[in-house]
Design a protein around this ligand. Sequence first.
Ligand code: GLN
Length: 203
Amino acid sequence: MTEERNLSPCIGVLALQGDFEAHLKMLASLGVDGVAIRLPEQLEEINGIIIPGGESTTIGKLMIEYRLLEPLRRKIQEGIPVWGTCAGLILLAKETDNALAGQPLLATLDIRVRRNAFGSQRESFETDLVVPELGEAPFHTFFIRGPLVETVGPEVEVLATLDDGTIVAVREGTRLGTAFHPEVSGDTRFHQYFLRIVESVKG
Ligand code: GLN
């Protein structure tokens, strides 16, 4: 390992299914080392991990098949910063409205989510979100058959809501979740926000 590598964080992006490439591109555009994660051993080389959007039931099943579910859950419980976007947010949630179907979850973020929550009219849409943590300029983003956050636990901070109060971005310590897709927005502020969380624990 070179010294330079020690200084800059290395971010894993779970790359079993979904739009992991867009996250890797975003990280590359910020000059950050991003790694496509498919093997449990790779979890030892990273300082933070992003779980991308896609199909949460498929990603969950693949995590079992690739023997990643338990090791990743352990890593998150040990404190590695994690960010779930859309399907990734569902996988991080302690509870979903789909629990009876036995969907595998990492269950490490104290929220309950409702999948495909926006109905056929608003299934996919773009909007300008106010996210105080990112500064004054609104964050233009995309919802693609996204979930909503129905309830949050006492330690969970709400980072953004839609105009009607629907919770769409949350943080619980080093665990971040967004119901939308900042990786396709061209706006790097959410990725930079996650990188600041990673830097804060990397020491
Ligand atoms: N609807 C998908 C699910 O339930 C999430 C969609 C997405 O990640 N864009 O997993």
